[in-house]
Design a protein. Structure first.
Length: 148
């Protein structure tokens, strides 16, 4: 069972992705957002900006898991930095390319999550949470591509 705080905070982490899609679907919400808090918080910019932050954040989570497995330290630590490096080197060059790079990054992150889980470095519930959250993120990013 996924612990309630991890589940609720994980789902709350989807809100900026959902917001980005909502501002693409609803022109009035897009205009309101632009007027109140500016372009970085509406449409593709919020999807790309927040997606980049979360991909880098997940590298830190993986680093923490790597620290639990001393015998796999090189492999674990090496795998843990891939999402942040991917975000740094691959996200850019326009909204469409950046969004595709983020989709690939989150799918790749799920593979790394699986490897860490297979090695026993994550909590037993980790993959249930990660599949749920990754599905939500990838769906929102894909909708951003279709609507943007």
């Amino acid at each position: 069972m996924i612990p309630r705080p991890a589940l609720l905070l994980g789902l709350a982490g989807l809100l900026p992705f959902i917001w980005g899609v909502a501002t693409l679907l609803l022109p009035a919400l897009h205009s309101l957002t632009l007027g109140l808090i500016g372009p970085p918080f509406a449409g593709q910019p919020v999807l790309v900006g927040y997606g980049t932050v979360i991909l880098a954040f997940m590298s830190g989570v993986l680093w923490g898991f790597a620290a639990r497995g001393a015998e796999q330290s090189w492999a674990g630590y090496s795998l843990s930095v891939i999402p942040a490096l991917w975000a740094f080197f691959m996200v850019g060059g326009g909204a469409v390319g950046a969004t595709w790079a983020l989709i690939a990054g989150f799918v790749g992150l799920l593979a790394i999550d699986w490897e860490f889980s297979r090695r026993g470095l994550t909590p037993r519930w980790w993959m249930r949470l990660r599949v749920m959250l990754t599905s939500g993120v990838v769906l929102c990013l894909a909708l951003g591509l279709m609507l943007g």
